[in-house]
Design a protein. Structure first.
Length: 422
């Protein structure tokens, strides 16, 4: 039986046997008892709600939730995309994660479990809502909508492109009115990509948990099994233990979101203040984030701690150039030219250095030496990479024009010097 048939059966288009209904009720009763949940009913509709509080003294891998009280909100604002600097605080954040009947999304995909996490004075409060039968979806969505309406800022992992849109799709299909404007949304997938770009092999939550948070899940249920567990629950099979694992999976996802946010803020804060961070990061990407928010000095601080990286030398040299700190910019471009292994980086460094020498320092001889170095490097590249000859020849013609101009300026200067001596 395929999943569409499961879905039809769940919608009661096919009759269920009494023993199947009884087994489903036993699963729900067992789940309610184990998790100390509460059945929320309205007429014939009912859902299961589970609420509990986690102490701030708990650790999640290498991350400590005790740090949440000292979270730097100024750095937190830097994580939001765009040039806006939103006024956010920890109390305004609502972390959320969903479990669904499929991973591809679309109108045929149901949300059956939604977890929310808030940080309060009492600790870390988690609420989970479970769709115990598909006929109660409107009641289920109403409780979710109430939670979302109280949030000033949503925090998720890939929720901006998937989870939240899937919830909105269910609203539309059930005739719920949508808000005029979506709440501010911080997707930690995007911020993770900026901070650890080129450092992590991929950006699945499990990889980020393992490498960034030092957190593993030896007893976790695989994500691909979760839709199957829910379909088996709807069909009236004994899956009480598996459902418990699904709730635990959702709970750990929520705790990982909070731990990851704490870690991201900490990494950026340390990078700004000390230049170096205890973890490998992508300093160039973080500096771009800071520059877009209007913090050039902070961007420079992050970059200055990673001068062994050629991309950092490039970014930092451009920042100093824009700030008209030309001597420091020339030092960085010269260091990049000495260290660059690729033709592209070498040409960039020599071009920028030649511009500064010619137009700022009026040192035509030094500018010419950089230009001649580019010509020699391009000639070697043409010999070793014949497939790139057309593009390299175009670059070489530009360099030749620069050399000709510099030689003319040198000859003019030499002529003026001779005239003055005469």
């Amino acid at each position: 039986m395929n999943r569409l048939e499961f879905f039809d059966r769940a919608r009661s288009r096919l009759p269920m046997k009494k023993e199947q209904r009884d087994e489903r009720d036993r699963n729900l009763e067992c789940l309610q008892k184990e998790l100390h949940g509460e059945v929320l009913s309205e007429g014939p509709s009912s859902i299961l709600a589970v609420r509990y509080t986690v102490s701030r003294s708990v650790r999640h891998g290498d991350a400590s939730f005790s740090e949440v009280g000292s979270l730097d909100t100024a750095v937190l604002r830097l994580l939001f995309s765009g040039t806006r600097k939103p006024e956010v605080s920890l109390r305004k954040l609502l972390f959320f994660d969903v479990e669904t009947t499929g991973l591809s999304g679309g109108a045929g995909t149901n949300v059956f479990l939604v977890g929310f996490l808030r940080v309060s004075e009492r600790g870390i409060e988690i609420s989970q809502y479970f769709l115990s039968n598909l006929s109660s979806e409107r009641l289920f969505l109403r409780y979710i909508q109430e939670e979302l309406r109280q949030a000033a800022v949503l925090v998720s992992y890939n929720g901006k492109g998937y989870d939240y849109n899937l919830i909105k799709s269910r609203y539309i299909l059930n005739g719920f009115p949508l808000e005029d404007q979506d709440p501010l949304h911080l997707d930690l997938l995007f911020t993770s990509r900026r901070i650890w770009k080129g450092v992590l092999p991929d950006f699945t939550l499990s990889t980020v948990e393992r490498t960034v948070l030092g957190f593993g899940r030896p007893m976790d249920i695989p994500g691909w099994r979760i839709p199957e567990v829910y379909f088996n629950y709807i069909r009236g099979r004994d899956v009480a233990q598996d459902l418990h694992l699904v709730f635990e999976h959702n709970r750990l996802d929520l705790l990982s979101l909070l731990a990851l946010l704490i870690r991201q803020v900490s990494v950026i804060r340390v990078g700004i203040r000390e230049g170096r961070t205890p973890q490998r990061i992508n300093p160039a990407s973080i500096s771009d984030m800071l520059l877009k928010k209007g913090y050039p000095e902070e961007a420079k601080s992050v970059l200055e701690g990673h001068l062994e990286c050629t991309e950092v030398l490039k970014r930092l040299g451009l920042i100093y150039k824009r700030q008209q700190q030309h001597h420091r910019a020339l030092e960085l471009f010269t260091a990049l030219a000495d260290r660059a292994s690729g033709v592209s980086d070498y040409l960039f460094a020599c071009t920028e250095a030649a511009k500064l020498c010619e137009h700022v320092f009026r040192d035509m001889k030094r500018a010419l030496s950089y230009a001649e170095g580019m010509r020699e490097r391009l000639m070697r590249a043409c010999a070793f990479y014949p497939e790139l000859r057309e593009r390299l020849e175009y670059e070489r013609s530009s360099v030749e024009r620069r050399i000709e101009r510099l030689m003319r300026r040198l000859s003019v200067s030499a002529g003026k010097g001779i005239a003055q001596e005469g």
